[in-house]
Design a protein around this ligand. Structure first.
Ligand SMILES: [Zn+2]
Length: 246
């Protein structure tokens, strides 16, 4: 896929369904949400890279579990997280807030606060010819994050904000949940041709042992029922329905 070649972003599959993303540029690397450390260290060593920064979208252990060990190995690494999480992400050394812009690996990175899954979740947005968004657990292909600490209104607003980004944005989320999300959506909209097509595409990728992530915002807006919700009421119905889906 051509669009994957714009930036060198590698996905490491870990735990049952987590994906750790590594953005590699020249000989430096940024790691997003390292749930574990071993595969990250192995990849960095095998490719002779330097760990420049760790980006934390939120405080859950399957996103920060590997960070401590990475800091022990690279004591000068920048650990970037929300300033609201100084207690739950105590090893952060660059505290950021919504709207802030950082310069990492020679590119501008914008912090976008996307509340709902937790009370302080952030996303990292790289603008450019092919924009990239690391969205953590706020949006998944075919789904969105569970609302653990925030409100339905916050999550709905976060999704509206994502929808306002350039439609050619490539979205990198932290879990490979796509197939089960699409099966849920098809259960609600059994005749929806776009969702049916998405299921075939996803099954094909998975059968070749490929990730279904990243996904394009424009495509996702056609098949993700949460992004298609017309108002808060519809969004709330969908989120509650999905919470009961097994
Ligand atoms: Zn989470």
């Amino acid at each position: 896929m051509e669009f994957n070649k714009a930036r060198n972003i590698i996905g490491l599959r870990v735990l049952s369904d987590n994906v750790i993303w590594l953005w590699v540029k020249d000989k430096s690397v940024v790691v997003v949400d390292p749930s574990v450390h071993e595969p990250v260290i192995r990849y960095i060593d095998e490719n002779n890279l330097n760990l420049e920064a760790i980006w934390q979208t939120h405080h859950h252990s399957d996103h920060i579990g590997g960070t401590k060990s990475l800091i022990e190995r690279w004591p000068n690494v920048k650990v970037i997280a929300s300033y609201k999480e100084q207690k739950r992400i105590p090893f952060q050394n660059v505290s950021v807030e919504d709207g802030e812009t950082l310069n990492i690996l020679g590119e501008e990175v914008q912090i976008i606060e996307v509340l709902g899954h937790t009370s302080s979740h952030i996303a990292f947005f790289l603008n450019g010819k092919i924009p990239v968004l690391f969205i953590g657990d706020t949006l998944f292909s075919g789904g969105c994050g569970r609302i653990f600490e925030g409100t339905y209104q916050q999550m709905y607003s976060s999704l509206e904000r994502i929808k306002s980004l350039p439609k050619n944005t490539l979205i990198y989320c932290a879990h490979e949940y796509t197939k089960s999300n699409i099966l849920w959506a098809l259960n609600l909209k059994p005749k929806d041709q776009d969702i049916k097509n998405k299921l075939s595409e996803v099954e094909k990728k998975l059968s070749h042992n490929k990730l279904t992530i990243p996904f394009l915002l424009a495509d996702e807006m056609k098949i993700n029922l949460f992004l298609r919700a017309k108002n808060l009421e519809e969004f709330t119905f969908l989120r509650e329905n999905k919470d009961l889906w097994v």
